[in-house]
Write a protein that binds this ligand. Structure first.
Ligand code: HEC
Length: 408
């Protein structure tokens, strides 16, 4: 019963998190496109910057943007902030429920650092706060300097943090940690900078003063960053179904590459929204960078000892290959992947995957291969110390089966 409640809680939280994120990113994409499509027009009211006409859901909309604020404040104003806050709160709750409560499976990799659970959690929280503070300071300083210096500094900050966390945490934990750092920067931009600035503008309007244009400039800088960070953050959040991408030696390098790819794709749409010819050349660097990521995943996968070149000659799975792989899997995986797992507080086999008999192993060999041979995803945090030569034994069985099925 407890297990069932835990699963429900996790799914409901995830459901909420995804919906809040859709509402947030959706409205943010909408406003970016609206902003870029504004056209100037002589007949617009004073202090207005541009207008746009849109058609949606059976009606026509006429939108006018006021650059600092309209001369007279409207009696009702819709704010966009709860979407961002709800995304962060639900996201952090998920992080705590999955990655902190299960730190020994999802954050800690004993071979890298044998942290106590609370230590790993503190290091994660420290990184989230550190990332925001350093980013915020960089932005404040850079208001007076070059925008490219700022972008480069942020890029280096994230790259160094990706590397550092992949040294400290399990691969999966490190990936999610950086996703959280980036997501937190985005939400903190809304909470700590954009909304307070907007409030100051409204307050001075109420007092009949002219608001300081600097708040608009600062908000613009932060929402531009949020715009470019959106796609990479979503990539990281959904990547945990793909161990081959997040769990190889150099998977930390995938994050900076995705930062560039995501920014390029956003750039394409930003230009398209202005009505200019979109920069189709972007497809070339994107493809090159994707291939680079694929190469990085392949290069960083577990290095296996030399394989038996003659496997393809064997007509049926030879006994020694099967029994050797089976022995390894039973001793290193079955404490969790069993009908009755022996692992503490685990009441069902994870993902209902049982690996006890030779049949279980043969049926699931592809999945086993991608989780424990082509990547370091299993055992989680290498809790049962699966050695590379043991991964090689599992690969031998995989290749044998692959060949047998091909020859059929
Ligand atoms: C400490 C417990 C534990 C050990 C040991 C362990 N696993 Fe897992 N395994 C898990 C958990 C937890 C998940 C679910 C991960 C998730 O939620 O994505 C999982 C998921 C999997 C999956 C993905 C199932 C699916 O269909 O998505 C495979 C395959 C797998 N493990 C194989 C292995 C292999 C092979 C070994 C041994 C080399 C192993 N596991 C050792 C806990 C364990």
């Amino acid at each position: 019963m407890m297990f069932l409640m835990h699963e429900w809680l996790e799914l409901v939280l995830r459901w909420f998190h995804v919906i809040a994120a859709i509402a947030w990113i959706g409205s943010s994409f909408y406003f970016i496109a609206l902003d870029l499509s504004l056209k100037q027009n002589q007949s617009l009211p004073p202090k207005s910057y541009g207008e746009a006409w849109q058609v949606h859901g059976g009606g026509f909309y006429h939108l006018v943007k006021y650059l600092v604020a309209p001369s007279k404040l409207p009696s009702e104003l819709t704010w966009f902030k709860w979407e961002a806050y709800a995304t962060w709160v639900s996201g952090f709750a998920l992080l705590a429920l999955i990655y902190y409560a299960g730190a020994e499976l999802y954050l800690i990799d004993m071979i890298k650092y044998d942290f106590e659970k609370y230590e790993a959690i503190l290091i994660s929280i420290f990184g989230i706060i550190f990332g925001w503070l350093v980013y915020d300071i960089m932005c404040r300083i850079s208001l007076k300097t070059n925008v490219y210096t700022l972008i480069l500094s942020i890029f280096i900050l994230i790259t160094v943090m990706s590397w550092a966390y992949s040294e400290l945490f399990s691969y999966r934990g490190a990936f999610m940690q950086i996703g959280t750092v980036l997501g937190t920067i985005m939400v903190a931009n809304v909470l700590m900078v954009i909304i307070p600035g907007q409030k100051k503008v409204v307050a001075s309007l109420i007092k009949n003063e002219t608001p300081d244009a600097k708040y608009g400039m600062i908000a613009k800088q932060r929402s531009l960053h949020n715009n470019y960070l959106t796609l990479p953050v979503i990539f990281i959040m959904v990547s945990n179904h793909y161990p081959i991408i997040y769990a190889t030696t150099y998977s930390w390098m995938v994050i900076p590459i995705i930062l560039i790819i995501g920014a390029l794709i956003r750039h394409f749409f930003n230009i398209k929204h202005t009505g200019l010819k979109p920069p189709y050349w972007i497809i070339f660097p994107v493809i090159i960078l994707l291939f680079l990521s694929i190469f990085i995943s392949d290069y960083g996968k577990p290095q296996l000892t030399k394989l038996n070149q003659n496997v393809h000659l064997i007509k049926d799975i030879p006994k020694p290959i099967l029994s050797s792989a089976q022995e390894i899997i039973v001793s290193k995986c079955s404490m969790c992947h069993a009908k009755e797992p022996l692992w503490d507080n685990m009441h069902n086999p994870p993902k209902q995957l049982i690996l006890e008999t030779a049949e279980d192993i043969i049926v699931n060999i592809e999945n086993i291969y991608s989780q424990s041979v082509a990547s370091f995803a299993m055992p989680p945090g290498n809790v049962s110390f699966l050695e590379n030569h043991e991964r090689a034994e599992i690969e031998k069985l995989y290749l044998t089966i692959l060949n047998l099925t091909k020859n059929k």
